[in-house]
Structure formats: C-alpha cells, structure tokens
Design a binder for this molecule. Structure first.
Ligand SMILES: Nc1ncnc2c1ncn2[C@@H]1O[C@H](COP(=O)(O)OP(=O)(O)O)[C@@H](O)[C@H]1O
Ligand SMILES: [Mg+2]
Length: 301
C-alpha cells in the first residue's frame, strides 16, 4: 500500500482531504521523496504547513515537497499551447477561427480539468519524486479530470490520424514539411496515455468522508465511478468522528445518530478498510498538528 506511485484523496469540500493528504504525505516522506500536489482552486496548503506554498514545488519538510496547481493559470498555458500547435498548419483565416474557438471554451466545464491534467501529467511523469499525493478539488472535478484523460487521448488520436494523412498528402504533393503540430500532438497524446497508465496501474484512491448522510451518498457515487475506471481503492477515511471520551446530552444524541451512519458506512463500504479519525477540539493547523495527526494515522493504516 505504501509502495504506490500516486495517491489521490477525494471527497466533498470540508471533509478533510487537505488535512489527511498532508498527514499521509508526511508518513510517506519518512521513506521516500514525496511531492504533495493540490489541484483544489481553494488552496490551503500554505495555511496548513505554515509556510508559503505556490506554483513551484517547495520543500516543506525533509523529503516532502508541495505545490499548488493554479487552474486558471493552467488554462491560459494549455490554450496557448494548443493554439501554437495549430498555427502554421492551417490557413490564416481558419487559424483565426480556431483561435476564437479556443478562447471561447476558456470558461466551459472540463477545460479546467484538462488543464490540470496537463500540468499533473507533466509533473508526475518527471523525476525526481518517488511518490505523489494529490489533494484534489471536490468530487465532481476529480472524476471529470480522470475521465478527461481517456477522452483527450481518443480525441488526439483521431486528430493525429487526420493530420498524418493530410501531412503525407502534402508531402507527396511537395507542399511542405511536417509541421511541429504533429510533434506537439504526439507528445501530448503519449504523455496522457502514459499518465493514465500510471494512474490506473500504480495509484490508490482514498475517499474521505464524514459520518453524515450527504457525505455517504456522494462517496457511494465516487467509489462507483473510480472503481469503474479501474482505479484501486483499499481504504476509506471517515474523518471528524465524535471523540469517545466526550460526554453530555447533546453529544450523546449526536453519537447515536453517528452510530447509524457508521453502520451504514460499514454496510456500504465493507470491502474497504475503514479508518476513522476523531474530531479534534481545534482545526489542524501547522506542522506540529500535522505530525501529531500523521502519527495517529500511521498506526491505523
Ligand atoms: N479531525 C479533525 N478534527 C478537527 N478539525 C479538522 C479535522 N479534519 C479536518 N479539520 C478541519 O476542517 C477544515 C476542513 O478540512 P480540510 O482538510 O481543509 O477539508 P477539504 O480539503 O476536504 O476541504 C479545516 O479547517 C481543518 O483544519
Ligand atoms: Mg482542501
């Protein structure tokens, strides 16, 4: 379980993905060089680690590096790359149209995921890290992103096929050299399919949830989709469970409700190891808190 290459943490906003993925990264970093990647637009790694984390990988602890991928910036880079890839291979009029088309999709759903995927695949396939922990954006985005990998691959395949035959026709007709477009498209397709391969073969997905109705329903959906994609799930994190040693009428009532949900979780997700993490009196903030949590977590994995 600790020998995988990529670890994804997914779940609803606020359940504890950032907290648990950070603590988990600390455990991994004891034995290998780890990069913690946040793809959530609402980043919070800086607050959590108590040191500035940004778009460049930064060492936050021995063997542990962290980076935040900015989706907005990635979209700009991604679209710029896509436009460059096409320039010179079509007529100026068509190019203008294509350019307009690309810019018009800048704010449509799916583009953000494709852009994040582009950045993620570059990072993961490159050294020098031995393991990657991905603190993902809330549920929908993550899945869309992973699904995009397959779709983009197929789409590029088709485009390359078409372009190849056009190129060979042009070459035969003496109409010019192989453009850089093909090269760029090939590189991207290659990279995406290699990334998808790594993701499916060499990754684990950790669903994070709270003992609450909505969280359970969402997790069911997420588990189904992730498993359907062939990605392995072995553990499930139930975070913010009522501590055992707290007493009082109110707490007892919450606890009895929680019991029902915990039973439901065991019933629905019985094939996974269910790791429970108690709710703490305060937020988990700073390296000291994180290390404490990591220690607690390590004994439960
Ligand atoms: N076990 C816990 N006990 C107390 N507070 C927690 C616990 N787990 C997470 N938190 C707090 O809950 C908030 C949301 O956690 P976070 O990890 O940012 O969620 P997510 O990344 O899923 O949106 C943070 O303020 C965090 O400190
Ligand atoms: Mg988060």
């Amino acid at each position: 379980m600790m020998g995988k290459r990529v670890y994804f943490f997914g779940g609803k906003g606020g359940v504890g993905k950032t907290t648990l993925s950070s603590a988990f990264s600390l455990i991994l970093a004891k034995t290998k060089k780890v990069l913690l990647i946040s793809t959530d637009p609402a980043h919070s790694l800086s607050d959590l680690f108590g040191s500035e984390v940004g778009p460049e990988a930064k060492e936050v602890e021995e063997n542990l590096w962290a980076v935040e991928i900015d989706p907005k910036k990635q979209i700009e880079v991604y679209i710029k790359g896509a436009i460059e890839a096409i320039e010179g291979s079509v007529s100026p009029e068509v190019f203008e149209q294509i350019k307009e088309m690309f810019h018009s999709v800048e704010h449509t759903p799916g583009v953000e995921e494709a852009a994040i995927l582009d950045a993620l695949s570059r990072i993961v396939l490159k050294g020098p890290f031995e393991a990657f922990v991905v603190d993902t954006a809330p549920t929908g985005h993550t899945l869309a992103m992973l699904r995009t990998a397959g779709r983009v691959g197929r789409w590029l395949e088709e485009l390359i096929k078409r372009k190849s035959s056009a190129e060979s026709f042009r070459e035969k007709a003496g109409l010019g050299r192989l453009s850089r477009t093909l090269e760029i498209l090939r590189e991207r397709r290659e990279r995406f399919s290699r990334f998808l391969e790594v993701v499916i073969r060499d990754s684990l997905f950790f669903p994070v949830l709270n003992p609450e109705k909505l969280s359970i329903v969402e997790t069911e959906r997420m588990v189904e989709e992730v498993t359907g994609m062939g990605i392995e799930i072995t553990h499930l994190f139930v975070n913010k469970v009522m501590p055992k040693d707290v007493k009082g009428d109110f707490v007892e009532r919450r606890r009895s409700q929680e019991k029902i949900y915990m039973n439901l979780i065991r019933e629905r997700f019985g094939s996974f190891k269910i790791v429970t993490v108690e709710m703490r009196p305060r937020d988990v903030v700073g390296m000291e808190d994180l290390k404490e949590l990591a220690k607690e977590l390590e004994g439960k994995l």
